[in-house]
Design a protein around this ligand. Sequence first.
Ligand SMILES: Cc1ncc(COP(=O)(O)O)c(C=O)c1O
Length: 409
Amino acid sequence: MNNKQTPWDYRYAQRTQRMKGSAIRELLKITEQPDIISFGGGLPAPDLFPLEEFKRACIYVLDHEGEKALQYGSTEGYKPLREMISRHTNRLGINVNVDNILITSGSQQALDLLGKIFINRGDRILVESPTYLGALQAWNAYGAEYVTVPMDEHGMITEYLEEALRTGPKFIYALPNFQNPTGSTLGLERRKQLVALAEQYGVPIIEDDPYGQLRYEGEDLPGINLLDSQTRVKNGSYTGNVIYLSTFSKILAPGIRLAWVIAPDTVIRKMTLAKQGTDLHTSTFNQIIAHEVSQHGFLDRHVKVIQETYRIRRDVMLESLEEHMPDGVSWTHPEGGLFLWATLPEQLNTTELMPDAIREKVAYVSGEAFHPNGGGTNTMRLNFSCMKPDKINEGIQRLGRVFKTKLME
Ligand SMILES: Cc1ncc(COP(=O)(O)O)c(C=O)c1O
């Protein structure tokens, strides 16, 4: 045994063989260098974090509910927070109560718990291609295989859905609003087709919606869970075909690791058991603080500030792309969210181009990793929420130079 080896080396479970480091997390390390303009991460703008409100809430909560806030709590989550989410969901027209709601330590944990309770080795999961990398990371560990449905500007192309459903997937994973990574939004007709085909084939849907409240133009579209619940008889508690995920990460702050799941109460009970084995419960302190910060309409007002800021940043990125990209490069026009998706001429490989980009002090995420069954080598995800406008313009100019140089070789 050399001194790098340990007795653990040959004892890892089989499931670790499919665990790969996230390209994005690796990239974040490089882009911590201050002179790099990074469009790589999916970070909310730190300049918008409501520091004063958090400070006030911390003092108030410690003064008034300190003992409760620092104690163990229930696995399902802090009841007033679940009641708040239940009221918000009812306002959207979906009939739920607190038994339909589980608080998780980020939606990422919800994805993992769903893998834990639903995925057997070799199960097929129907995903959009490209799709959210974090879901693939969570589910790879449980031995998931993927059947993919391609995307365009209007989300999952539902004409291909039926063929994919015939392969017998365990569930569908859909990101209807301002999808990570493409920024595309699923159109209304396609939403209806998705709900109808899922019902016809008896395949349930996981709707992952971290960005739904961050719309910068156009009309809100009904969620998959709303469309699904409209097809069912209301009996006081949600019994639909959809497990819905959303999070405080993009509307408040990701560092508090707070998110929620809405599902039939039987699913919530199973997830609760799974969560007990994972972390007992989500931080009581963070839940009570988030609840306190959200009082008196603050959250609604804060979301408006975020929308306004990100809309400007998105527009700057779209204008800069128009100005600096060479012919043959195209990109999506997201109506909300944090990302847009660029497609380069076929001969360019965005993974191979990354060192050139880093030399120019600019970074992005190559699109390949978001395609579970391969493809997308000439695509990339660009984040517009985290940089101030002048940096966005400068960064896109640098990227344009990298691509132009490559195309001239
Ligand atoms: C589609 C999607 N799902 C889940 C997550 C995880 O969010 P959270 O911070 O709540 O864990 C993200 C984060 O970027 C995301 O984009």
